[in-house]
Design a protein around this ligand. Sequence first.
Ligand code: ADP
Ligand code: ZN
Length: 223
Amino acid sequence: MYIIMLGAPGSGKGTIGRELVKKYDLSYFSTGDIFRDEIEKNTELGIEVNKYLSEGSLVPDEITIKIVEEKLKSMDKILLDGFPRTIKQAEKLDEFLQENGKSITAVINLNIPDKDVITRTSHRVICSNKNCGASFNTMFMPPKKDGICDICGSKLIKRKDDKPETIKDRLVQYHKNTQPLIDYYKKEGLLDTIDIDIYSNKTKEETAENAGKLIEKKINSYK
Ligand code: ADP
Ligand code: ZN
């Protein structure tokens, strides 16, 4: 099973994705997490990609694709968050899956207005524990205890690229490079869209349930 999460930064790909991972017993795979981890460990790759992440631009396709292919080889039931992010990456993924006799099960597109992305990401805090990776929002989804992760008790921190200036650059990148994937997967008959309303008080569990129904509908349509 291969599930792809599409959506602007702050649309909730990671949050909803992690709920789906629990529900369907999938492995969670986030290129953003991989890059941030490498940066923190100060590896050669981390040093190379740091400039792209800190300015809100995309890591070049050649670097991203190489890393993803290496990791994907050893994984099966997975949910991809943040990959593919360009048409080139999507084509490479299709090629890779085909060569390995696999296919994409469903693509869930989380649709959110740009102005809400800015509001939401400027209040986002994430868990400092890499193995947890939970995300909270001081305005919309506060943790039970200030500054502490509900799930693992670690400290909550702000992502360096969640500053309004960088978010604006990430949105420009999103519209230019990633939005075209909506049509790409629509043509393949794989796309389902969920509209995200940050003021609706919908819980992440409710949105994940909605996404789950769409995935199951896809699975049933292949039978
Ligand atoms: P968000 O979806 O909130 O923007 P991510 O954690 O998915 O956050 O990505 C953070 C950053 O990592 C991006 O702004 C980009 O620089 C880099 N990145 C992540 N995935 C990719 C990818 N597939 N291709 C190129 N760059 C990527
Ligand atoms: Zn945590």
